[in-house]
Design a protein around this ligand. Structure first.
Ligand code: E4P
Length: 223
């Protein structure tokens, strides 16, 4: 399962990139706005780190506008994946962009039927928003399970990217359900690494190590 970071913050991305666990980054207009920086500069800096998959979203709402923005974003760097929203225009734009070899991440997906359509137009990733569904009183993880089943039934190559993740149990359940990718806020990714028993265990090992007799460091001839 691939793990992406859901942020446009370079410090967070650099920190996780250093650990070796990061497979990609997803951004959206809200995350980019939080940084107060030029979108293209942020994208180029993320790509320059070597991150192999960086999702960048179009903000046009009509098909022609999405095509223009999608081609522009994809031309910035070979690691860019273009995010198109799940709308009639977004489906049409995805079909054209995919035929041109531009990889599309179809975003704002909230039903299995929407995911079926995303696969039919050739999206590389489909992004079901599980946290927002849970917030709405629905079962986000059931949607992941349905999409995985449908894609397996028809051997669609579209990868399921579990998005809008709120906590580590979402990551665990998405992995059990067979999601190809999960995109996580920095805070959730940090929680995957840590366990209190790891910290207690390490502190005990280091303390016990102090009791191990150490060899004399003075060479015998100088004694
Ligand atoms: C995914 O690509 C989206 O940007 C993201 O996961 C949305 O998450 P949110 O519901 O926490 O805003």
């Amino acid at each position: 399962m691939k793990l992406f970071l859901d942020t446009a913050n370079l410090t967070e991305i650099r920190t996780m990139w250093e650990t070796g666990i990061l497979d990609g980054v997803t951004t959206n207009p809200t995350l980019v706005a939080q940084e107060g920086r030029v979108f293209e500069d942020v994208l180029k800096e993320i790509c320059a780190l070597g991150v192999p998959s960086v999702s960048a979203e179009v903000v046009a709402t009509d098909k022609d506008g999405m095509l223009k923005e999608g081609r522009y974003l994809a031309a910035l760097h070979p690691s860019i994946y273009v995010k198109c929203p799940m709308t009639p225009a977004g489906l049409g734009a995805t079909k054209v962009l995919a035929a041109e070899g531009i990889r599309v991440n179809m975003t704002l997906v909230f039903s299995a039927n929407q995911a079926l359509l995303a696969a039919k137009v050739g999206a590389t990733y489909v992004s079901p928003f599980i946290g927002r569904l849970d917030d709405h009183g629905e079962d986000g993880m059931a949607l992941i399970r349905d999409i995985v089943l449908i894609y397996r039934n028809y051997r669609f190559p579209t990868q399921v990217l579990a998005a809008s993740i709120r906590h580590p149990v979402h990551v665990l359940d998405a992995a059990k359900a067979g999601a190809d990718i999960a995109t996580l806020p920095y805070s959730v990714m940090e929680k995957l690494v840590h366990h209190p028993l790891t910290d207690i265990g390490l502190a005990r090992f280091l303390k016990d190590w102090e009791k191990v007799p150490k060899p004399l460091r003075v060479p015998p001839s100088d004694r």
